[in-house]
Design a protein around this ligand. Sequence first.
Ligand SMILES: Cc1cc2nc3c(=O)[nH]c(=O)nc-3n(C[C@H](O)[C@H](O)[C@H](O)COP(=O)(O)O)c2cc1C
Length: 196
Amino acid sequence: MWLRVESDPVAQFARWYERAQAEVKPLPDAVALATASRAGHPSLRMVLLKGFDAHGFVFYTNYRSRKGRDLARNPRATLLFYWGALQRQVRIDGRVERVMARESDAYFATRPRGSQLAAWASPQSVAVAGRGTLERRFAAFARKYPGTVPRPPHWGGYRLVADAFEFWESGEDRLHDRILYRRARSRRWRIERLAP
Ligand SMILES: Cc1cc2nc3c(=O)[nH]c(=O)nc-3n(C[C@H](O)[C@H](O)[C@H](O)COP(=O)(O)O)c2cc1C
């Protein structure tokens, strides 16, 4: 079967994403994020995609986490969606930048109070003495911020600005479709079919 291929990879992604929203359960927005340290050590974890458009793909996290430390030194990253119900995966390579503070503020303000307090209480990716430490910190921030919880300066969004996309769809007899889009120097997208 021939895949219908859009000339713009973001339009292609939007079409697949819409299907995933309708058919993939749970968490169609869950995506693996690969980073690498300056020394080239890879690491991988799941995050939730919170938005995308022609400018890039946005997720939120703690800037001091392991991923945050990696990205501060090496902004190259890859996102990988796997939508099993559709037998599809999408890989997106690019360079990551922080979103504007006011964009992070706006998103943080929409989060439940518990999530907001947890962003203060949890020094993500750092060893803690025990669960009690986290609970005490959470309670202390709840007392400190009885009303509106401000966004912690170390918590916010990243935007992956894509320079390559690969759309993979399972095919008969393992002749899967693989469509690669690469940003050419002219800023136009070059489209190739890869062997599965
Ligand atoms: C389905 C799923 C979604 C997740 N979404 C996020 C997220 O959006 N942001 C985040 O910081 N961590 C998220 N996590 C936790 C991360 O996978 C990870 O444990 C955490 O960010 C610390 O990663 P690091 O030590 O590599 O920086 C999610 C985990 C799962 C299983």
